[in-house]
Design a protein around this ligand. Structure first.
Ligand code: TXA
Ligand code: MG
Length: 343
């Protein structure tokens, strides 16, 4: 299969969007840009099309997909018993990096929900993708566009590395603005529970829902046999090929610790300020220590970049669990398989 790359920044935009929408309508796979990460999309109402996503990603069949809609007005077509709070959150944060888990209607096939009674709904902040969904006339099921278990993709080039020849098309809209996936909020529990930290901070959610709490699985590794509320959270995730250790603590202390323990042939992820300490090693910057936006924008690209090197082990500094950094530290800890050192 020849994967077509659609560049939308040209004067044939209308034609390009129509062709991309036709891929969705006809049951094909289309990688779509969002403000968080690229998604691997298919018609969410077409069970056969949805199964192709699982196949292309190598995704376990018990890990449900989120559906993407262009505006909150579509919510009631696909969900029922929607609490008024969901509309308030949509008004405040959509389009944007918030996914809400709601009770799904029967029109959403079990291939999409993996048999759950709920479905995660997201309204991405990307005009191109919103327009493609409108033209297709159906919600688009889309997990992050990466091979299952590997770091997510924040550029069309990265999606090509993982899926060239295996999907019908990719819509290239440049680098993703946020860089980590959406925040998942379970609206079926009282009070609503944060299942995955992401591009919208818990602090921001609490401005609308003061009693919102994060699920324990956000902070720690699940115990043997423990069942997560978001099925995807039980799998090894976001992981580069090389094993990784995350070092937690202040910037200078953690850089010193890594410097003391790193061996020849190993790699480092550190804040911009400490790059000089690791000359001679494969070293990547996570951005400035005080800039969570930079950490989020860089984290997946940095993780993926080590797969092109021969490093035998990766050491990473890890930001504190607050604001957007809660998502960044969650991704790094999972990428490290919870191999953590506190200094
Ligand atoms: O930013 C994002 O959310 C990206 C872009 C492409 O929109 N999508 C994304 O999808 O990250 P995915 O499939 O990689 O991650 C979705 C997570 C998985 O861990 C899945 O188990 C969980 O959401 N999930 C899906 N449906 C659920 C449900 N009904 N209840 C609880 N968790 C659910
Ligand atoms: Mg994913």
């Amino acid at each position: 299969m020849n994967t077509i790359v659609y560049h939308i920044a040209n004067d044939e935009k209308e034609y390009v969007l129509e062709e991309a929408a036709e891929i969705i309508r006809s049951g094909g796979l289309l990688a779509i840009p969002t403000e968080t990460v690229y998604g691997l999309g298919a018609d969410a109402l077409n069970g056969k099309a949805v199964l192709k996503i699982f196949e292309a990603k190598g995704r376990p069949q018990d890990n449900p997909l989120l559906i993407h809609i262009p505006e909150a007005a579509w919510l009631e077509k696909y969900c029922e018993d929607i609490p008024p709070l969901a509309y308030r959150l949509a008004e405040e944060f959509w389009p944007g990096p918030l996914t809400m888990i709601l009770k799904s209607r029967a029109c959403i096939p079990s291939e999409t929900t993996c048999g759950l009674e709920t479905v995660g709904v997201r309204c991405p902040d990307n005009e191109v993708t919103a327009e493609i969904i409108r033209l297709a006339g159906v919600p688009v099921a889309a997990p992050s566009a990466n091979r299952s278990g590997h770091p997510s993709c924040t550029s069309a080039e990265q999606v090509m590395e993982d899926f060239a020849g295996r999907i019908e098309g990719i819509v290239d809209d440049g680098a993703c603005r946020v860089g980590v996936e959406s925040t998942i909020l379970d609206m079926t529990s009282t009070p609503p529970k944060l299942l995955r930290p992401g591009g919208l901070s818990l602090e921001d959610i609490r401005k609308v829902v003061p009693e919102a709490e994060a699920d324990e699985a956000v902070y720690r590794q699940l115990k043997e046999g423990e069942k997560p509320r978001a099925p995807g959270m039980k799998y090894r995730h976001y992981a580069p090929e090389a094993p990784m250790t995350a070092v937690l603590g202040g910037g200078l202390k953690t850089a010193d610790y890594i410097k003391k323990h790193i061996k020849a042939g190993e790699g480092v992820i550190c804040y911009e300020e400490y790059l000089d300490m690791f000359e001679g090693y494969e070293c990547r910057s996570l951005g400035r220590e005080g800039s969570p936006e930079e950490h989020a924008g860089k984290v997946f690209g940095v993780l993926r970049s080590f797969d092109k090197t021969a490093v035998t082990h990766i050491w990473t500094q890890c930001p504190r669990e607050e604001g957007l950094d809660l998502a960044v530290s969650n991704r790094l800890k999972k990428a490290a398989g919870f191999c953590l050192i506190n200094v």
